[in-house]
Design a binder for this molecule. Structure first.
Ligand code: BT5
Length: 265
């Protein structure tokens, strides 16, 4: 198998970085432990909003809840983005992980022509298997609170290279393109669009509707895993105004702001 073309920071810069637009700085490093850890540290040191950091290989990629994200060198997209939603009330920041998932799902549909959808809150799935994981972290910076969002997309992994059997890749799903520059640019454009709409309007109803149109969790029997031996089962009914998942259980409806969801049937 031939090696993939390296991600081209210069090309991405030409495509995306413009004064007055969201994206201001795009860097690619050969290898690092975790792009999220690096960008969180940079944000604390004053890095500008609209910074994007990509790498060809992470030696200690982070998942949620201290889990690990792994992928062979050059096999995917490992990217973190830094944004300062200055004008947005903190109470609405609960939408950030969902906006990110929605942007990736839309971008993979558009650029790679795959039927990507979302398992609440932000796992991007193709045919029930995970193609992208997202880790959103809030960080205190000299400019105020900010958000670092880590996006890992499996692009060229073969079946044998998948770290877990529940994963998939764009290659396995016979995507229309495996060009990582194209996919990164499409994700960043989609994010800028949805994020811009969220930032400029307090009405989250349209956002919730867009999210719901891509979310495969609603209407399903689910198990929400809250801790080692704490789980809740029921039917996923809705997403509320802050992006929380509402589940109808035997003892009534409950809402969840975080947690791992398993689709049961
Ligand atoms: C996530 O966590 O899905 C968030 C992953 C975020 C990764 C990006 S890459 C760029 C940025 N820098 C970082 O350091 N991280 C971000 P979670 O939902 O906890 O899922 C982690 C679980 O998914 C692991 O415990 C494995 O079971 C599984 N997993 C690990 N690598 C995977 C992969 N490449 N594809 C699919 N599943 C994977």
């Amino acid at each position: 198998m031939s090696a993939p073309d390296p991600i081209d920071a210069g090309r991405l810069h030409r495509l995306l970085v413009q004064p007055g637009e969201l994206w201001q700085r795009i860097r690619v490093v050969d290898e690092t432990e975790s792009t999220n850890s690096d960008l969180v540290a940079a944000a604390r040191a004053g890095e500008v909003s609209g910074s994007v950091l990509l790498t060809e290989f992470q030696s200690a990629g982070k998942g949620r809840l201290n889990r690990i994200w792994t992928a062979p060198p050059g096999s995917g997209i490992a990217m973190s983005i830094l944004v300062h939603p200055f004008d947005v009330a903190l109470a609405r920041w609960t939408w950030m992980p969902l906006i990110s998932g929605l942007a990736v799902a839309e971008a993979l549909r558009r650029a790679a022509e795959v039927p990507a959808d979302l398992k609440w809150p932000n796992d991007v799935m193709i045919n029930g298997r995970k193609v992208c994981g997202i880790l959103a972290e809030r960080v205190e910076t000299p400019h105020g609170p900010a958000c670092v969002i880590g996006i890992g997309v499996n692009v060229g992994l073969t079946q044998e290279q998948l770290p877990v059997p529940t994963a998939t890749s764009l290659k396995i799903e016979e995507a229309a393109t495996l060009n990582r520059d194209t996919i990164v640019a499409t994700i960043l454009r989609a994010f800028a669009l949805i994020y811009g709409q969220w930032q400029s309007s307090d009405d989250d109803a349209a956002l919730a509707a867009s999210y719901l149109s891509r979310c495969s969790t609603i209407g399903r029997q689910v198990r929400v895993v809250l801790g080692e031996d704490r789980t809740v089962e029921g039917v996923a009914e809705a997403i509320d105004a802050s992006g929380q998942l509402i589940v109808r259980t035997e003892s009534g409806s409950r809402s969840f702001g975080a947690g791992d969801v398993i689709h049961l049937r």
